[in-house]
Design a protein around this ligand. Structure first.
Ligand SMILES: C[S@@+](CC[C@H](N)C(=O)[O-])C[C@H]1O[C@@H](n2cnc3c(N)ncnc32)[C@H](O)[C@@H]1O
Length: 178
């Protein structure tokens, strides 16, 4: 059976993802919930006092803890208070249906949401594992109707650009409650 563990390969995006995320979020949050933190690749962008990582896949949760032993990680959906400031979705919402995202946002009601992923329905694939629901920016404007898009940025992703034979960008979107 396909597992998330097999689908998180370090890939050469051509830039330093931790540095780019740190610069994008500088001064934009007090606490962060790294929703779907995977193996804790990005954890050290944040101070441990400000950070909770949530990962529902056991293998990945264990890897995150081993890689970042002084940080807090949960294997169950954390209480709402853990995600009420900034909820980070780093290539996670792209794997979730609108229904699933709405459920998460109802639970945490975060002041801010940071989404990092490849935008554009042209990249959406049908079936297979993991599911991929790349959205257009307008899809997110509709889905996140309680939020304003306050900051955005994009970086060319070398690995996917080579694979697809055309420029593919990783988009960084910051949303704030209206
Ligand atoms: C591509 S990985 C990204 C992991 C991490 N954010 C990173 O950038 O290294 C996608 C993650 O989303 C999580 N995920 C996928 N669907 C989810 C859902 N419906 N609810 C919670 N987590 C989910 C998976 O367990 C996986 O860790």
């Amino acid at each position: 059976m396909a597992k998330w563990e097999d689908n998180i390969a370090p890939c050469d995006c051509g830039y330093n993802e931790n540095k780019e995320l740190a610069l994008f979020l500088m001064g934009q949050y007090e606490k962060v919930l790294d929703f779907g933190c995977g193996p804790g690749r990005l954890t050290q962008v944040f101070d441990k006092e400000d950070y909770v990582g949530y990962e529902r896949e056991l293998d990945l949760w264990n890897r995150a803890k081993v890689k970042n032993p002084t940080y807090l990680f949960s294997n169950e959906l954390p209480p709402a208070g853990c995600g009420d400031d900034l909820l980070l979705s780093y290539t996670v919402f792209v794997h979730m249906t609108d229904f699933e995202i709405k459920h998460v946002l109802r639970h945490f009601n975060p002041k801010r949401i940071c989404i990092v992923e490849i935008l554009g329905r042209q990249w959406r694939t049908r079936g297979g594992f993991p599911p991929v629901y790349n959205r257009d920016p307008l899809d997110y404007v509709k889905l996140l109707s309680k939020y304003n898009l306050t900051k955005q940025h994009k970086m060319k992703h070398e690995h996917y650009s080579k694979k697809k034979g055309r420029d593919v960008f990783m988009s960084y979107l910051l949303w704030e409650l209206k």
